[in-house]
Every structure is written in structure tokens, then in C-alpha cells.
Design a protein around this ligand. Structure first.
Ligand SMILES: [Fe+2]
Length: 452
């Protein structure tokens, strides 16, 4: 249940300021990886250069909190507008939702950082001011708008990470506290039978402190019994799919997926590198022998995952099957996390930047769901084959922020669940939904196979 910020007292505002400071420190650490020299780099053609994101995080926060709810006068309305919204085009057609026109020349890094720091100071002041603001805006109540801007920042941090993963190592600065990679064998995979039963999608508005528009409202659905792999598909397993020639065999691909694969001339997952007859893996700062990371989950697009599953004579899970495998168990009681109701920790999975790469699959048995399905949260998002669509009762976010999801209910985006190593733990709630196009191959997204 959301609390009134006023009733939380000054310590709540102080806690909020600490959370802002921690989120901003992580953003700054991530931007430091590309340094001043690469702020105009654009490692993914469908995304803006890094300078946009340096300005976008503060602009979004300003527009929601200080401009949108508190109606404070802007000190740089040009930047508020220029950086207000990014791009996420249709990767097949290049068409894109509305966004500010790209300038002939982006602002300089110094100008953008100056703007960012002024916004940050204003946001620190806003934590007290909002509690005394008479706004009737739903986001103004219970401090929801602060959760909105924090979660927005966390999600962009992950986007930045997968953009940076596309860059060559010599274009990046390795942080001094970079965690060590985890190598080792994959745990043994089992097939888990999930009996027919219920699964809840979404949640009630008054049930959580904050949620995005697409999480509301709830619906409980009947799910037929199914069998699901206890672990996701590894690089090693996918390597077999590639080397036996199945990746290049149109029989395993949907026609639209095959067309994309041929157009893009894809012969293997995006973070694999083939040099003569040797295979490597592009991790964040290192090119590693693929064999060394054979036990890590393979990160692929939905199109590639579908082809693999078909080759195996299986399919991908639906969103409802994911919910049932993750949040239920033999008692049929819904839990907060797959492992139960205990607070998430590094014991339960590879998330929240505990590592900056995948771990061997099966490294976190304490995070298994009560059916015994592992890694449904962490180590990579879980691809589903369910188109991203509104839940019953959906309304675009009600007040200052109406544009979050509705442009993506287009039949071309699919629901992705769980979390990767670059997902903040605040996002680990059952109703949280992520979404990507089937032909977008850059995400830290893994998959597992199911059958009826
Ligand atoms: Fe954004």
C-alpha cells in the first residue's frame, strides 16, 4: 500500500535522497566506461548516442517531478524538450513513435553535465517540497513519482550496459572494481512438470507502492499443465544448434524471422565472434574463448530462441506459463519471489549488478522456484512468446506520464520477464513486465524450452 510522503516524515525524504545519490552514482560509473571520448558513439543503430542518455535521465526526472507536478520554472526548457524522450524504432521498418527531432549537433558534454547537476540539486529539494504540494496527480501521491524516476534510471542503466557490450574493448574504460568472471560447469538440467492450475498476471493498483501502467490491473488465468526445463539454454547447447547447420536451416524459423536473419546476415548470436575457425564471446571488457563460457546462458533474440526450440521439438513459454513456473508451487499459494517471500540477495540469483556478466547456469539453486525451476530471475531476462498487450483494465498512466506503454502494444513486441545481472533488485516484482521486438538481438535475454 502506498504511503503518504507527508506522513513518512523527514527521514523518508532523507532515505529518498540517499537512494537518488546511489542511483546517480551508478549511472555516473556506467557513463565513465565510455568516457568523454565516446559520448557521440552509437553502438546500436536503433538508439541515440550516449550524450542523449546523459541528458535524458535528468530531463525525464525534471519533466515528471519539478516541471510536471511541482510546476517549477525551467532553467533550460530547450534541454527539457530535447532530451525528453528517446527512440525505439521498429527494427524491420525503421518507423518510430513520436520523439524530439534529432539536432544537427548535440549539446556538448560540459553543457549536458551542467544541466544534469542542476536538475539533481532541484530533485534533492523536491523530496521535501512534494510532501506539501496540493497536486491531485496520482503520481504525486505516496511518492510514486520518485519511484517512477528511480525505476526509469535503473532501466536505462541496463540499456546502457547492453549498448556498451556492443563496443570493442579498446573503446571502453574498465572500472577498477570490475568483478571477476565466474567460469565453471553448468548444473544438470531436468524437466519439471507443472500441473494445470492458476496464474495471476498483473496486480492491483493499491497492492504495490509503484507500478508501471502495463502492470495494471490483474487477471487470473487457467494454465494447462506443461513441462519446462529447469535451466536456460547455454552457449554450449546453442553452439551445437549452430554447428550442425540448424541455425542456417529455414525449416526451423518462422518466415518473418528467417527473412530478418537473412537480411541481417546473421550466422550466430550477436555477442559471439568467429575468427577463422575459432569462436569467441564478447563480454563487457574482454573477448573470451566461447568454450570458456559454454556454461553461461546464451543471449539471443526471440527469433533465434524460437528457431532453437523448434529444432528441439519444443517451444517457448507463454507469459502465463512463466508466472506459474515462477510464482507458484505445489501449495498453489502465490509468492513474492520464485523462492518464496524472503528478500532478494546474491544467494538467489545473478541480478542487481552483483556481477557484470552471466554466471554458469545453475549457480544459484537457492533461487529456484518451489517447483524446482531455476534462474527464473537473474542471469538474463526470460524470453516469452506472448505479445506485449494491455491487461484488462489498462489505462495509460493516469496523469503526468501517459505515454509509457501504449505505443508498444503493436503485436511486434513480446513480453520478457525476470531480470539480468544488470537489473536493479527494485524491479524484481511478479507484475513487472519488460518487452522487446523479436528481431532485437542486443538484450541480456536468455530462454528455456517448454512442451505440452
Ligand atoms: Fe527513458
Amino acid at each position: 500500500m502506498a504511503l503518504s510522503l507527508k506522513s513518512r516524515g523527514p527521514s523518508a525524504a532523507e532515505q529518498l535522497r540517499e537512494r537518488f545519490a546511489a542511483a546517480w552514482a551508478r549511472s555516473d560509473q556506467l557513463f565513465a566506461i565510455v568516457g568523454d571520448a565516446q559520448t557521440l558513439a552509437k553502438p546500436i543503430v536503433w538508439r541515440h548516442p550516449f550524450i542523449f542518455y546523459i541528458g535524458h535521465l535528468p530531463a525525464f526526472s525534471w519533466n515528471q517531478v519539478c516541471g510536471g507536478i511541482l510546476h517549477w520554472p525551467s532553467f533550460n526548457s530547450y534541454f527539457d524538450d530535447l532530451f525528453c524522450r528517446g527512440i525505439d524504432p521498429d527494427v524491420d521498418t525503421g518507423e518510430c513513435h513520436w520523439h524530439p527531432e534529432v539536432p544537427d549537433q548535440w549539446p556538448t558534454l560540459a553543457e549536458t553535465v551542467y544541466y544534469r547537476d542542476r536538475v539533481r540539486r532541484a530533485l534533492l529539494d523536491s523530496t521535501d517540497a512534494l510532501g506539501y504540494c496540493p497536486s491531485t496527480d496520482l503520481l504525486a501521491q505516496g511518492g510514486r513519482v520518485f519511484e517512477l524516476i528511480l525505476e526509469h534510471e535503473y532501466m536505462h542503466q541496463e540499456t546502457l550496459m547492453y549498448m556498451m557490450q556492443q563496443m570493442t574493448s579498446d573503446a571502453k574504460l574498465r572500472p577498477r572494481n570490475f568483478p571477476r568472471y565466474a567460469f565453471g560447469r553448468a548444473a544438470a538440467k531436468e524437466t519439471v512438470r507443472i500441473p494445470a492450475g492458476k496464474a495471476r498476471l498483473g496486480t492491483r493498483f493499491d497492492e504495490i507502492t509503484f507500478g508501471w501502467d502495463n502492470e495494471f490491473s490483474e487477471i487470473t488465468v487457467d494454465v494447462a499443465g506443461f513441462k519446462i526445463d529447469s535451466l536456460p539454454v547455454t552457449n554450449g547447447e546453442f553452439f551445437e544448434f549452430v554447428t550442425v547447420g540448424a541455425y542456417a536451416d529455414p525449416r526451423y524459423w518462422r518466415p518473418e524471422d528467417w527473412q530478418w536473419k537473412e537480411l541481417e546476415r546473421k550466422q550466430h548470436p550477436t555477442c559471439w565472434v568467429k575468427q577463422t575457425d575459432c569462436w569467441f564471446y564478447r563480454a563487457m571488457f574482454d573477448i573470451l574463448p566461447l568454450e570458456q563460457v559454454a556454461s553461461w546462458p546464451v543471449y539471443v533474440s526471440l527469433a533465434e530462441a524460437r528457431a532453437f526450440a523448434k529444432w528441439r521439438g519444443q517451444r517457448l513459454p507463454t507469459e502465463a506459463e512463466y508466472q506459474r513456473a515462477a510464482y507458484y508451487g505445489p501449495s498453489e499459494r502465490e509468492s513474492t519471489y520464485p523462492w518464496g517471500d524472503g528478500e532478494p540477495s546474491s544467494r538467489h540469483g545473478n541480478f542487481d549488478f552483483a556481477a557484470w556478466s552471466a554466471h554458469p547456469v545453475g549457480s544459484h539453486p537457492a533461487g529456484a522456484s518451489r517447483w524446482g525451476v531455476q534462474e527464473l530471475i537473474g542471469n538474463g531476462w526470460e524470453l516469452t512468446d506472448t505479445p506485449f498487450a494491455p491487461l484488462p483494465g489498462f489505462t495509460p498512466y493516469m496523469t503526468t506520464y501517459p505515454d509509457y506503454s501504449k505505443d508498444f502494444f503493436d503485436g511486434k513486441h513480446f513480453v520478457v520477464k525476470g531480470a539480468s545481472w544488470a537489473t536493479d533488485k527494485q524491479l524484481l516484482r511478479p507484475s513487472f513486465r519488460n518487452w522487446y521486438q523479436a528481431h532485437y538481438p542486443y538484450v541480456f535475454a536468455k530462454f528455456r524450452c517448454v512442451s505440452d
